[in-house]
Design a protein around this ligand. Structure first.
Ligand code: ADP
Length: 513
């Protein structure tokens, strides 16, 4: 057993205790179960193979399971729905950990139409919340990530994003209920005052703010999450933009960033490279049957066939029609000034077909991309954050693309342009049945971490296999941040049982080995 504490006897003790807590049918420790909770997209699932899983259905279950885990010294890896696509799925950093599956805690506890928020349990999926809102006529709109098969809570806690005004999902979190590793139950923010109805409306309550400390950390198990949702706009307008050449990314970011900063555009608008769009349409063999890197001439044929640019963006506006029509004029003028080709604005008004509204409607379309190379598709996300500075972003693109070419992988990147930060999301697609390509993909990933660090930037999120490597790049003052994280970890989780190694944060007992 690779986990330092969880030998077979300890695991057996824990699973026995777990059966007494949640029932026989909620403990999954057979070979098939272990496979089901492994990272399905990984080339080497064994590296992060869990020992099994236990499904909790209540706060009391979670508390009892944490106590049992501490007694047996068995690490638990909490997941909401475990669909953390390209970042590890439901699998733990540390092989041997037991997955704490919260997907059965899936109640939408509140939808507050007046104040614009919802409260969800961890297992609520984007589809569940969408259905709950649809049943009452969409009094609030959600923001969804491109591939929205996961949970609202897990995605927000990992700082997922969507192309909507409320698309910075972690920023919409307001008020959490959390079970700490010692099994105590806390409510953050205004919720610390028992019965306070301001729990999910203010982020600036009394004392330190803890909501963000439970994002991308291993300090607690979130059992309730307040999330701000957008009031439905009277109308939406959307505009498709294209850039014909790879190097045009600089112009594209230079157009979006100031509009975003000034609030003319009120969502992070991405520029997506054409391979991404092609990968949603079909596997590469649909366009070209050759081997190796997709040649630029073949790429040009794909763009022609799909009617897309090298880079493609969609800008959406939300609000009263008079307001957004005025914004649309400013955006059209900015596109014209930058020489950027734009289609006609598409307008949607309340009462029109909801499907055309630009509301966050869950979809799994993006999943198709993993079939790009055929075989059993795999996918890794590399997502550094940089300033919304067109020149810097263009340098990042050129550096990254060169590495993709060096390692023989078709470049697929998207630059999500915010007013101040731009997230360079790189989707690295591969065929898991091709061990040579998988090896090259991992070498590419290492090179990207190194290059980006050298350029002075870091990732905002990473795959479980790279959490230490990325944490290592956050190196100010000889890794002072790591020591701060470790101090908190040791105080909150003295037995080191909750998600050891997540985000490169290891409890003392594990660091000592
Ligand atoms: P999704 O269901 O959206 O796919 P996951 O359940 O895979 O998201 O969650 C992504 C990651 O976020 C998990 O690996 C875990 O580290 C963390 N996480 C998810 N849910 C919780 C939770 N309720 N409490 C603490 N951490 C969580």
């Amino acid at each position: 057993m690779p986990a330092p504490f969880a030998d077979a006897a300890a695991l057996a003790r824990f699973f026995d205790a777990a059966r007494a807590i949640v029932g026989e049918d909620r403990v999954f420790a057979a070979e098939d179960d272990r496979r089901a909770y492994a990272d399905q997209m990984a080339f080497d699932p064994a590296a992060h193979q869990p020992s099994g899983a236990v499904a909790a259905e209540s706060v009391e279950h979670i508390q009892a399971l944490l106590k049992a885990a501490a007694a047996a010294r068995v690490p638990l890896w909490p997941i909401s729905r475990g669909k953390n696509f390209g970042y590890g799925g439901s699998a733990p950093v540390q092989a041997g950990a037991v997955v704490l599956d919260l997907s059965r805690m899936n109640r939408v506890l509140e939808i507050n139409q007046q104040l614009g928020y919802c409260v969800v349990e961890p297992g609520v999926s984007f589809y569940d919340l969408f259905d709950a809102l649809a049943r009452i006529g969409h009094p609030l709109w959600m923001s969804v990530p491109g591939n929205s098969w996961g949970s609202v809570a897990g995605n927000a806690l990992e700082r997922g994003v969507g192309p909507q005004p409320y698309g910075d999902h972690a920023a919409q979190i307001c008020g959490l209920e959390v079970v700490l590793p010692d099994a105590s139950l806390v409510r953050t923010g205004a919720g610390a005052l028992d019965g306070n109805t301001a729990w999910h409306v203010t982020k600036n309550s009394y004392g330190p703010g803890w909501d963000q400390l439970f994002c991308q950390s291993n300090f607690g198990v979130v059992t309730k999450l307040g999330l701000w949702l957008m009031p439905p706009p009277e109308a939406t307008m959307s505009l498709s933009l294209q850039l014909p050449e790879a190097d045009d990314i600089e112009r594209g970011i230079a157009m979006h960033a100031p509009l975003r900063l000034r609030g003319i555009i009120d969502h992070d608008a991405a520029w997506v490279s054409y391979v991404g769009i092609a990968s949603y349409a079909g596997p590469r063999s649909m366009f070209w049957q050759g081997e190796g890197l997709l040649p630029e001439a073949e790429g040009a044929k794909i763009r022609e066939k799909l009617g897309v640019g090298w880079w493609n963006s969609q800008v959406n506006l939300f609000g009263p029609e008079a307001v957004i029509a005025a914004k649309a004029k400013i955006i059209s003028a900015a596109a014209k000034d930058a020489g950027i080709a734009a289609a006609d604005w598409q307008v949607w008004r309340q009462g029109d077909d909801f499907g055309l509204s630009q509301a966050g409607i869950p979809s799994t379309r993006d999943m198709a991309m993993i079939d790009w190379y055929g075989g059993r598709g795999g996918h890794l996300g590399f997502s550094p954050v940089m300033p919304s500075d067109a020149k810097l972003a263009a340098e990042q693109f050129r550096r990254t693309r060169k590495r993709y070419e060096e390692f023989g992988v078709d470049y697929y990147g998207a630059f999500g342009v915010g007013g101040r930060q731009t997230v360079a999301v790189n989707e690295i697609l591969y065929n898991r049945d091709d061990p040579d390509q998988a090896r090259r993909v991992h070498a590419l990933f290492d090179a990207l971490i190194r290059d980006t660090h050298q350029a002075g930037f870091g990732e905002y999120r990473t795959h479980i296999g790279y959490m230490d490597a990325v944490a290592q790049t956050f190196d100010f003052n000889n890794h002072a941040m790591r020591r701060l994280n470790e101090t908190l970890k040791d105080a909150l989780d003295p037995h080191g049982i909750l998600a050891p190694g997540k985000q490169g944060i290891w409890p003392r007992a594990w660091r000592d080995r």
